[in-house]
Structures are given as structure tokens and as C-alpha cells.
Design a protein around this ligand. Structure first.
Ligand SMILES: [Zn+2]
Length: 255
């Protein structure tokens, strides 16, 4: 079985929302990274997968870039990192394809629904070089990280929004704001990233949801160091302390 090739069809970014949008001071303008995997299974002809589908506003660009490598007809799967809507608006363009996620997998446009463990029980998807890892609901409920041993880019990872952007772009104070609003469990996120670099020392690059270039292995190490800063670790401890009274309150309502 040949190793797949990996390309990026659209780079993510994040910035201040257009004032004309009148969404308010805390709104952001986002664009989402969309990956393309060119693979073969059992010596069959080239097939394609997308990693995330991206936002509807970017679809013309995504489609144009996809057509440099093949056609929409060749797309078999969409590998969702997670179900935040900025990563999935274009699923509407992909009827008949299989969309995979930890939260459930489905043939788009049908009622058929299943679980990734049933469809991909060996930890890989169609081609043994395309692997999925569970994050155990770190940034988002039931997300997956994809690890691909590619022919053209070496060993790479799609991390979704486990990292929004490096701290040189999104400083810790802003990251804490993002994680307070959008991350289910920042402690699990930090621990997952630590385990990832330990388990995959040969990772050459990682693609993240809202940043316009890949992160190198050294960038990942730096990011973990940033998460180990006093400010962020204090945030993680506060997060854990908050869980206790909340859980206690819930416990008190049980029969
Ligand atoms: Zn996102």
C-alpha cells in the first residue's frame, strides 16, 4: 500500500470581525484550514479525502484548489477534527460522501449513521498510513486528531483547534479568553499535546484550524512550553477548582 500525499486547500486564520458585521467587540472573523489527502486502497485508482470541510464563504477557493489534484467525484471521506460549525459548513456540498468523526459518522444526505470504531476498527481509515487518535473531548466534544505518514510531507498531524495559533500570534492572555469560551477541557488539551510529542517524536509538521502555516515539531514543543507558563498553568488550576463546586451542585440534584 502506497503512502498518501497531503496538501492544504485552504489556510485558516483568525482576526477581528469586520465592524460592518455589527457582531460586537468580542466577535472574531475566522477562516478554517482544510486538508486534502490523496490516497489509494488495495492498488485501486487515486482517491481523495478532505480533512474538515471549512466555511461556506471559502468554498469556491477550496473547490478550485481541490480541482488541481482531482475532482469532487473522487472524494470518498471527510475527516472531521470536530463539529464546530466553522469546520463543517461545506458538508452541504459533499452529498453522498462519508463524514467521519468521533461524535458519529454518516453518509451525507442519508439517514445512515454509525461510529468510527465500527467503520475503522483498526485505528486507521482506508489506508494504514491514515490514523485517527481520540483526544477524549479536549477542545471540543468528541474530537479526533489525524496522524498521516505521508509521502510528500513526512509524518504530519491535523490538530483541529487543539492549538488555535502559536502564542507569538495569540498571546497567553488572549488564549485564556479563547479557551474559557471555546474549549471544553483545557487540562485535557494540554495533556494530549504533551503525550502527542512524546508518542510521535518524528512528527515533521502539524496543521491547525486557524493559522496560515504549518507548525514544526519545535513549534509544538514551544507551544507546550508556553502552556507551562505560570499564567496558563494558573488558569488550568482555576479551571479544575471550578469543576468541583459545579459537580457538587449537580450531585446534590441527583435522587
Ligand atoms: Zn475552529
Amino acid at each position: 500500500m502506497e503512502k498518501p500525499n497531503v496538501y492544504i486547500l485552504n489556510w485558516g486564520k483568525m482576526g477581528a470581525a469586520d465592524a460592518a458585521s455589527k457582531l460586537g467587540d468580542n466577535a472574531y472573523s475566522a477562516d478554517t484550514t482544510v486538508g486534502l489527502i490523496e490516497y489509494e486502497k488495495n492498488g485501486n485508482k487515486k482517491k481523495l479525502m478532505l480533512v474538515d470541510a471549512g466555511m461556506a464563504v471559502a468554498w469556491p477557493e477550496i473547490k478550485k484548489n481541490l480541482e488541481k489534484y482531482g475532482s469532487l467525484n473522487q472524494v470518498t471521506h471527510i475527516l472531521m477534527t470536530h463539529w464546530d460549525q466553522d469546520h463543517g459548513q461545506n458538508l452541504k456540498e459533499l452529498a453522498g460522501k462519508l463524514v467521519l468523526s468521533r461524535a458519529g459518522t454518516a453518509r451525507i444526505g442519508t439517514l445512515d449513521f454509525g461510529q468510527i470504531n465500527d467503520l475503522c476498527p483498526n485505528g486507521y481509515i482506508e489506508n494504514e498510513y491514515i490514523k485517527w487518535l481520540e483526544t477524549n473531548s479536549a477542545h471540543s466534544r468528541d474530537e479526533l486528531v489525524y496522524i498521516i505518514d505521508s509521502k510528500n510531507e513526512g509524518l504530519i498531524a491535523f490538530l483541529g483547534d487543539l492549538i488555535f495559533a502559536p502564542c507569538s500570534v495569540l498571546p497567553i492572555a488572549n488564549l485564556i479568553g479563547f479557551d474559557t469560551g471555546f474549549t471544553i477541557n483545557p487540562v485535557k488539551k494540554y495533556l494530549f499535546l504533551k503525550k502527542l510529542v512524546r508518542d510521535y517524536p518524528n512528527l515533521s509538521q502539524a496543521y491547525i484550524g486557524h493559522y496560515n502555516k504549518p507548525l514544526s515539531y519545535d513549534d509544538l514543543i514551544q507551544h507546550i512550553k508556553d502552556l507551562e507558563s505560570e499564567e496558563y498553568q494558573r488558569f488550568l488550576k482555576t479551571f479544575l477548582n471550578k469543576q468541583e463546586p459545579e459537580n457538587k451542585k449537580l450531585r446534590s440534584q441527583l435522587k
